[in-house]
Design a binder for this molecule. Structure first.
Ligand code: SAJ
Length: 432
């Protein structure tokens, strides 16, 4: 009988999961190493912006069923939802997972269940977490259950998707998988599929790797179309009319903490086998440089060019600029001696100074759009153009109304669309 759950890691997965279990009648202790997080949660607050989370945490804490603490306590179930970052040399950093195991081992009791949720390299449960937990003198499978149950939610829809999405549960043995499945059935409305730990670990990695490789295919298509003088956006749109085709969209690079990270966990384990996965990462990580090189061609002939960078978060309509492809693009501008200003309607915290839209555009020769924020779809080129020294726009997300921008005097370039207009800024437009 499960009454008490201890969740290690109160991040964008741990805190929503803790609040959902607490509001479903369990006593939940949320453990985090950050005292500010503990203080915030215990007063019913949140440190993560996620629709619906504040209400749930407030109710859970008020009911007395959710408590945050710095130390792990004995419980019936332990859920590990700690970060698994990738290092600079593209290796999985499992320090937090190991530390979680070492914190649980001293209080682990016979009949307990331990569930790892963090995205991890294949074999982490079997080879890393299991031995650490068995330092308790108990044996996984025989004395306590051990399972792997990854999340598959998208920020902004976490609360809904944690409940509605199907889930995969991998057990160190059948009983562990069934115990974990029974636990998640408390709130999961989707199907729960049972398998073993390593398969479940690989399922999570392949979900994101599929997307990364698909985006790399689209980015390679973009470079081909630039050579051919056609539009990759049109090719993707028309090819996806095929009922079994789903080509993703090109972009200036792949950011975020998942799609750009998870494939490396496979490459690290199988460097000589995971060739396509490795190449996908290489292609996506080459896009910022491709954008800078294309921009240099566009600005060729302009003395002391200045660019207004629009959007630096790693994807549209969020404020997260950590691991954003905009950063290597900006480094490229610096190396190419291209001046720049930056405007982002959502990001407040960034390595470079952020301007207002007006400040960013004033005196600029070219707009470089890097993030697909909805706000940018409603920019009015007539007014913006008056602020600029030259009216050029390089849209790497294909979200602007290009005909309107052209009618307002802009020369429009797009990632993945080549050869349509090679403009010598100081002379006549040359259609190649
Ligand atoms: N991107 C493209 N082309 C595309 C799609 C995305 O260039 O066609 C770029 C985006 O601009 C961005 C990056 O890829 O830079 C990743 O964007 P994303 O929205 O696909 O991915 P994330 O990082 O938001 O993925 C999240 C992850 N979940 C959490 O962060 C909790 C991931 O584990 C999920 O699998 C994913 O959502 C999801 O969609 O399920």
């Amino acid at each position: 009988m499960v009454n008490k759950i201890c969740i290690l890691g109160l991040g964008y997965i741990g805190l929503p999961t803790a609040s959902i279990f607490a509001t479903n009648g369990f006593d939940v202790v949320g453990v985090d190493t950050n005292p500010q997080v503990i203080e915030t949660v215990n007063r019913g607050g949140i440190h993560i912006q996620e629709p619906g989370l504040q209400t749930l945490v407030q109710a859970a804490v008020k009911s007395g069923r959710l408590r945050a603490a710095l130390e792990v306590e004995s419980a019936d179930v332990f859920i590990i939802a700690v970060p698994t970052p990738v290092t600079k040399d593209k290796r999985a950093d499992l320090t937090f997972v190991r530390n979680a195991g070492h914190m649980i081992a001293p209080v682990l009791q016979r009949g307990n269940l331990v569930v790892l949720e963090s995205t991890s390299p294949p074999g982490t449960c079997e080879r890393i977490l299991k031995p650490v937990l068995e330092e308790s003198g108990q044996q996984a499978g025989k004395d306590f259950g051990l399972a792997y149950c990854p999340e598959r939610v998208i920020p902004g829809r976490t609360m809904r998707e944690l409940i509605q999405n199907d889930r995969v549960v991998g057990g160190i043995d059948r009983l562990s998988a069934e115990a974990a499945s029974k636990l998640y059935k408390v709130f999961v409305e989707g199907k729960i599929q049972l398998t073993d730990c390593t398969t479940a670990e690989m399922v999570k990695l392949m979900e994101n790797t599929y997307r990364d490789v698909n985006i790399a295919l689209s980015n390679e298509l973009a470079m081909l179309c630039e050579e051919m003088g056609i539009s990759a956006w049109e090719v993707v749109e028309l090819a996806n009319l095929h009922p079994r085709v789903n080509i993703h969209l090109p972009g200036p690079g792949v950011g975020g903490h998942c799609i750009a990270v998870d494939p490396w966990f496979i490459v690290e384990r199988f460097p000589s086998l995971a060739n396509m996965i490795n190449l996908g990462r290489t292609i996506n990580d080459s896009m910022p440089l491709h954008v800078v090189k294309r921009l240099q061609t566009i600005l060729d002939g302009i003395s002391s060019p200045r660019v207004a960078v629009l959007g630096v978060s790693f994807k549209g309509n969020i404020d997260d600029a950590r691991s954003t492809p905009a950063l290597p693009v900006i480094w490229g501008l610096e190396q190419a001696g291209i001046g720049f200003t930056i405007y982002d309607p959502h990001v407040r915290d960034f390595e470079y100074e952020l301007s207002t839209l007006q400040e960013a555009l004033t005196g600029a020769d070219c707009i470089l759009l890097l993030t697909d924020h909805d706000e940018f779809k409603f920019l009015y080129p007539q007014e913006l153009g008056k602020l600029m020294r030259r009216q050029i726009v390089f849209d790497t997300r294909n979200i602007l109304g290009h005909e309107l921008w052209r009618q307002c005097g802009f020369t429009v370039f797009r990632l993945g669309v080549g050869g349509l207009e090679k403009v010598n800024i100081n002379q006549e437009k040359v259609i190649s």
